[in-house]
Design a protein around this ligand. Structure first.
Ligand SMILES: [Ca+2]
Ligand SMILES: [Ca+2]
Ligand SMILES: [Ca+2]
Length: 176
């Protein structure tokens, strides 16, 4: 496995292990989903339900594909197997990217404003400095907005386990 790919897998694992017990499990995804839905106060019910559904699907895919010993949790060692067949996660990651980026545009004008982006990314677990750095890499317009597809594509890149050397590499989970 390439070094960068393993670093990425480790970052994603840490990000998903919301309760920091060293395993991915339904509780982690319920916690993250609840935080993101709470941060998306300006979005409509359908958009908020879409992200909740995307989080449920994400966990279901991880459990199906990676819980090798069938104990209902995914350990770090089990999780590293995701790089062996990254295409099995494409549909789940695409659903997640669609739902999350849609929350970034509650007024439906096709553009994400920085405060909305920051609130959602903090809910996911990223640190504030890194969030603003990434937003700058996106190249916001004169009104500090970014097209929804720019963020959507960055989400897909970030969560794909076989990607490296991308803009999102600057993102590591917040401490504490
Ligand atoms: Ca956990
Ligand atoms: Ca397991
Ligand atoms: Ca907007």
């Amino acid at each position: 496995m390439r070094e960068e790919a393993l670093d990425r897998v480790k970052l994603i694992f840490q990000l998903f292990d919301v309760n920091r017990n060293g395993y991915l499990e339904p509780d982690d995804f319920e916690l993250m989903s609840g935080r993101v839905v709470a941060a998306a106060a300006a979005s409509g019910d359908a958009a908020r339900e879409a992200i909740a559904a995307a989080f449920r699907q994400y966990w279901a895919t991880l459990e199906t594909e990676l819980d090798t010993n069938a104990d209902g949790k995914v350990s770090y060692d089990e999780f590293t197997a995701c790089v062996l067949a990254p295409e099995r996660f494409d549909g789940t990651i695409a659903q997640f990217a669609d739902a999350l980026s849609a929350l970034g545009d509650p007024d439906g004008d096709g553009l994400v404003e920085r405060p909305v982006f920051v609130a959602l990314m903090e809910a996911i677990g990223f640190g504030a400095d890194q969030i603003h750095d990434l937003y700058t890499v996106f190249g916001p317009d004169d009104n500090d907005r970014v097209p929804v597809p720019v963020w959507r594509d960055a989400i897909v890149e970030y969560y794909r386990p076989d990607k490296a050397g991308i803009a999102g590499d600057r993102l590591v989970p917040a401490e504490g």
